[in-house]
Design a protein around this ligand. Structure first.
Ligand code: DUC
Ligand code: ZN
Ligand code: ZN
Ligand code: ZN
Length: 486
């Protein structure tokens, strides 16, 4: 059984051209002219792009005294409706602190539910011999990236010496360290100051997490990564200070990656001053939304290549859950939605405005993610032999984003009222049409697969810059052999 996508314009990270795509089973068999297949998928008037990959989601995450409402089923279905065919979810260790048990737990929860493919990162929230050993197990289980929280003091936060040890372990294993960059000690102090001054509403969230705290942590994480001789991936970059730290590190020759969110690019801090408490609380996430100056910096970074990918940090808490913090903003579960909206919002506010080319749009929503997370070109590419994760992206479909028509489990949408100027006509996951505009029929839960991400091969050959300084003849700073151009 073959399918052929006909009459479309293929847009990849580096090319725009007209061709047909022949799909056999789950993979792209051939790209060329006048191809024939058993079934025709019409892409007339549309662009044909690699399926979106969201590198940062939190489905069913136990967090801040509750559990994120989005299930793996509703989340991966919502993603498909918006053109995202793969999500990479963050595994958090449970009470026993075991990374290995947590990964197994995530498999048990996600496996029967996922409508499209998934990968995992795992968090390192402390440091001991078990964690040291289990990091190797994680890599063997196809999880090659480890997140470190520099915030959430007293809960998930890790100290600098622990982070340094973990980064060095990442280097040994060929794994990619990631950080949530905010100075957790200062945030905790500022939160207390706000509460003492009687500021208990969502505006206190913004006041207690200024961009300077994020910039400081980003610089600190970069220094630790440099000393350990590993690349670094900074999640949810929201501000100029963190962006600047990344830009400077890259200019020195370090491999540091930055991930702005669709929300940060289009929503600003005024949301926290909305008179409607629910409105403001629904947008409480960390780091918080910033002002226009920061947004401009992030857009420029995506265009210039100093920021590489756009994610959502999709962590969906219902209005009822948000109300846990009605008397104290520090108890509002942190998180906002965006999984279904990411591509449409980025197209409308990025491509339509001229801030991104179509090729850059594909790079930051898909190809760069696949390269950095070591699943390229199986994912993130339209080439013969790749998984047929393909979106027929239709610039004639206009829609107003609303909780009344979205597919997320949430009772609201932070992008409510946004007009988007393109949407998927079809979304294909490994050759199967899992979304067709106007049909709204959900694919079989459990059809999605876990995508193991192997260790990066040349990590062992890396020398940190600090060693290099004392051994100038051996300077070699290409730790992860991640393909050039990212
Ligand atoms: N930030 C959020 O807003 N939610 C989930 C975790 C995080 O770091
Ligand atoms: Zn500390
Ligand atoms: Zn985070
Ligand atoms: Zn997150």
């Amino acid at each position: 059984m073959t399918k052929v996508i006909k009459n479309g314009t293929i847009v990849t990270a580096d090319r725009t051209y007209k061709a047909d795509i022949l799909i056999e089973g789950e993979t792209i068999k051939q790209i060329g002219e006048d191809l024939k297949g058993d079934e025709v998928i019409d892409a007339e008037g549309a662009y044909v792009i690699p399926g979106g990959i969201d590198p940062h989601t939190h489905m069913e995450m136990p967090f801040m005294g509750t559990t994120a409402a989005e299930t793996f089923e509703t989340g991966t279905w919502a993603a498909a409706c918006g053109g995202t065919t793969m999500t990479v979810d963050f595994v958090l260790p449970g009470a026993d602190g075991s990374i290995k048990n947590a990964i197994n737990d995530w498999h048990r929860k996600s496996g029967p539910q996922i409508c499209s493919d998934i990968g995992f990162h795992v968090a390192v929230t402390g440091w001991n011999e078990t964690i040291f050993n289990e990091m190797k197990d994680a890599v063997d289980m196809g999880v090659n990236s480890f997140k470190h929280f520099m915030a959430y003091k007293g809960a998930l936060m890790i100290e600098d010496d622990e982070m340094f040890a973990s980064f060095k372990r990442c280097k040994e294993l060929g794994a990619l360290p990631m950080v949530h960059a905010e100075n957790g000690d200062l945030v905790a102090d500022m939160q207390q100051q706000m509460l003492e001054q009687g500021i208990t509403g969502p505006e206190g969230h913004a006041y207690s997490r200024p961009p300077e705290f994020e910039g400081e942590a980003a610089n600190r994480a970069i220094t630790i990564a440099d000393a350990a001789g590993v690349p670094l991936y900074i999640v949810h970059v929201s501000c100029e200070q963190a962006h600047e730290a990344i830009r400077r590190a890259r200019q020195k020759g370090m491999r540091v990656y930055g991930e702005p969110l669709a929300q940060f690019l289009t929503l600003d801090e005024s949301e926290y001053f909305n008179k409607d408490w629910d409105h403001a609380a629904r947008r409480v996430m960390s780091p918080p939304f910033r002002n226009k100056q920061h947004q401009d910096s992030l857009w420029a970074g995506l265009q210039a290549g100093s920021l590489q990918v756009v994610a959502t940090d999709h962590a969906a808490f219902s209005t009822e859950q948000k109300r846990m913090g009605v008397n104290d903003f520090t108890k509002i579960p942190n998180g906002s939605n965006g999984l279904e909206e990411r591509l449409g919002v980025l197209w409308t506010h990025g491509v339509e405005t001229g801030r991104l080319t179509m090729n850059e749009f594909v790079a930051v929503t898909s190809s760069n993610v696949a390269k950095i997370l070591n699943i390229y070109p199986r994912k993130g590419a339209i080439v013969e032999g790749a998984d047929a994760d393909i979106v027929v992206w239709d610039p004639s479909i206009k829609k107003t984003i609303s909780a009344s028509n979205h597919h997320s489990i949430l009772d609201y949408n932070v992008f409510e009222g946004f007009e988007v100027t393109a949407q998927p006509r079809y979304t294909l996951s490994r050759g199967e049409v899992i979304w067709a505009w106007g049909q709204n029929s959900q694919p079989q839960p459990g059809r999605g697969k876990f995508v193991p991400r192997p260790a990066f091969p040349s990590a062992h050959a890396a020398l940190s810059r600090w060693k290099a300084l004392t051994a100038p003849k051996q300077i070699h700073r290409d730790p992860m052999n991640i393909p050039a151009g990212v």
